[in-house]
Design a binder for this molecule. Structure first.
Ligand code: RIB
Length: 316
């Protein structure tokens, strides 16, 4: 294991409603279940990395409220180093209102709360925490300038930068951010938003990956759900097949993929093997409801991959 993983990102309480379908504008529906689940893209990535066996620290912000206390406790229980998780006095924790339908698709509204209020000294502390780490994991649910500062500092310090550009950015990412990214891991919607390329086919995803590499990212993995991923590096462009599962809820699948990828790369595994590990972790997560409640352990992923090898279950 190299120097460990630092995640810098959002922490939310997810308010999850499951219903037959998601309501149309102006419509009221009766749902089946309601749950509060620990979430937030940064926290989910950190939980995934920790459960999958990585030495993990998280830098983020919470409100000084009941949700904040609960969320912090849950992160600590996972063995995550939370020394740089700040509870802002008088602030409210981030929340995400999530509707999940029977096909496992979701709609999410995020109210950022404390996630949006990074101070200069907190950014400096997070940059200081890069020292000695192997991998920095980032997403776009905290202010973009914070993401840019962390990514640039990591690149200067020789720390691998993995960016999941979620939620989708309405405009291209700054050139200095893209130039700092070792691995960009968008899904098809995020890749489309960043490049303006509508992604219907694998060939479209390859074109988007090329555009994102031309914009500065060293390698790009476009996630296509059950169709697998398109990987593009200096050496090659290829589609890697995915695992087909019965989806209950896709929330946090991308976060789980990013956490799994970081853990496998930290263990020194080759990129293709790391992707397969991340795909397995993400596939298991979509068979369960909620964000952190859906993230598998290392033992579960290893067992899944063993079984997949035995049964020849993989290429779809
Ligand atoms: O990626 C899933 C996450 O997005 C949820 O946990 C929710 O908090 C939103 O931020």
């Amino acid at each position: 294991m190299a120097g460990g993983i630092l995640v810098v990102g959002s922490i939310n309480m997810d308010l999850v409603v499951v219903a037959e379908r998601r309501p149309a504008p102006g419509e009221t529906l009766f749902g089946d279940t309601f749950r509060t689940v620990s979430g937030g893209k940064g926290a989910n990535q950190a939980v995934a990395a920790a459960r999958l066996g990585g030495a993990t620290a998280l830098a983020g912000r919470l409100g000084n409220d009941l949700f904040g206390k609960h969320l912090l406790g849950a992160l600590r229980q996972e063995g995550i180093d939370t020394a740089r998780v700040v509870c802002g006095p008088g602030e409210t924790s981030g929340v995400a209102v999530i509707e999940v339908d029977r096909s496992g698709e979701n709609s999410i509204i995020v109210v950022s709360g404390a996630n949006a209020a990074w101070s200069e000294s907190e950014i400096a502390d997070a940059i200081g925490a890069l020292k000695g780490r192997g991998t920095l994991l980032l997403q776009l649910e905290i202010p973009l300038p914070v993401v840019v500062r962390l990514a640039k500092a990591a690149r200067e310090g020789g720390v691998r930068v993995v960016l999941d550009p979620a939620p989708p950015s309405p405009e291209p990412l700054p050139a200095d951010l893209m130039a700092s990214v070792d691995l960009l891991v968008p899904n098809e919607h995020e890749a489309a938003a960043l490049t303006g390329i509508e992604i219907a086919t694998v060939a479209d995803a390859e074109r988007a990956a090329t555009a994102l590499r031309q914009a500065g990212a060293r390698a790009v993995i476009v996630k296509l759900g059950a169709r697998g991923v398109v990987l593009q590096t200096d050496e090659r462009t290829e589609r890697m097949p995915g695992f087909r599962v019965q989806a209950i809820d896709t929330t946090a699948a991308g976060d789980t993929f990013a956490g799994g990828l970081a853990v496998a790369l930290e263990e020194g595994r080759p990129l293709r093997e790391a992707i397969r590990f991340a795909q397995a972790a993400a596939a298991i997560s979509v068979t369960r409801l909620g964000a952190q409640s859906s993230i598998p352990t290392r033992a579960e992923v290893d067992a899944w991959l063993d079984e997949a090898t035995e049964q020849g279950r993989s290429p779809q």
